[in-house]
Ligand binder design. Structure first.
Ligand SMILES: [Zn+2]
Length: 326
């Protein structure tokens, strides 16, 4: 993978969350900034449509070996039936889609972090930034460690997505068997739930069964089920992508901060702060992290290096105190 460094457009400055407040007394040379919790914002975690499309397309590449499925199921081998699903193509496609998305986001977040940092340094001291102007803009945003992060992160995500999908299929096979559905019906049902989480699949199957009981025309049932399935897949794709976008942002920021330390722009004791959303959709785990700080390269007191905390987490982090030790 090639590496490249990017100049930072001085105008690319994100005004939110970085209001400089009282500088500390001179000898310490520590600058604090007030970081406010972010309001629940949709744009920060909005997912590009192309990414969503690719994720959903990838789910569509999960293949059911129908012959094996029916044969196993009809002789009561539920385990074998659940194993009759092939993930190879889907995994490969997911892996590529996720890697591309993660790397893009690491780069984007790194560029923003560099612009923010540059502004913080400039605000701190006109003199100092003049001295540093020449080096303050050189950050290598796509480098070995960001590529490695994207590679590992997407691989473990694919593993998790496959495991979730297998659980969904095992649930459905068991349910089908209890309900006395035929192998053919099961094969059709499985095609409908691949890609969904177990609870989403349960919701979809419940919905479909209800339509069946209402004695609607099969074509109408198929249409309604398909529309619902599509909505659930979008939900899942969005959840995966949003979580990864935030996680990649953390990676991109930390990369830039680490490089800033290497370049002596900031000291290693620079503090970062956990920024939660403080809204009514926030979970207690994230709320507990409100305002917690950690120095660069160190974990927070929950042992975690930075957001995200869990799938669907909307937390981020920022720099709260610059260490200018020299
Ligand atoms: Zn969170």
């Amino acid at each position: 993978m090639s590496s490249k460094s990017s100049g930072i457009p001085a105008k690319d400055m994100d005004e939110q969350a970085h209001n400089l407040i009282k500088p500390a007394p001179k000898p310490f040379l520590v600058w604090k900034q007030e970081i406010k919790p972010r309001p629940a914002s949709r744009d920060r975690s909005s997912v590009p449509q192309a990414t969503l499309d690719r994720l959903i397309e990838s789910f569509g590449l999960i293949r059911v070996n129908e012959k094996r499925l029916r044969e196993s199921y009809e002789r009561g081998d539920l385990f074998g039936a659940a194993e009759a699903v092939e993930f190879g193509l889907a995994e490969e496609s997911l892996w590529h889609a996720l890697q591309a998305m993660i790397l893009l986001q690491v780069e984007e977040a790194g560029r923003k972090a560099a612009a923010d940092l540059r502004r913080l340094l400039r605000n701190r001291s006109e003199k100092r930034i003049t001295k540093q102007e020449g080096v303050a803009g050189e950050f290598n945003l796509i480098n070995e460690s960001s590529v490695e992060y994207a590679r590992q992160r997407s691989a473990s995500l694919v593993t998790r997505i496959t495991a979730d999908t297998q659980a969904t299929i095992r649930d459905l096979v068991g349910r089908s068997f209890r309900e006395g559905r035929t192998g053919e019906q099961l094969a059709r049902d499985i095609r409908e739930v691949v890609g969904l989480l177990p609870r989403q699949a349960t919701a979809l199957v419940n919905f479909q069964r209800k339509l069946e009981q209402e004695d609607r025309a099969p074509a109408k049932i198929a249409d309604l089920t398909e529309a619902y399935r599509r909505r659930l897949l979008l939900q899942r794709g969005r959840m995966i992508a949003r979580t990864e976008i935030i996680g990649s942002s953390t990676q991109g920021q930390q990369e830039v901060w680490g490089q800033a330390v290497e370049q002596n722009l900031i000291g290693p004791k620079t503090q970062r702060v956990w920024i939660d959303t403080s809204d009514d959709r926030e979970c207690p785990l994230c709320a507990a992290m409100h305002g917690k700080t950690a120095t660069l390269g160190q974990p927070y007191d929950n042992g975690i290096m930075g957001p995200t905390l869990h799938p669907g987490c909307r937390c981020t982090e920022g720099i709260s105190e610059i260490d200018t030790a020299e």
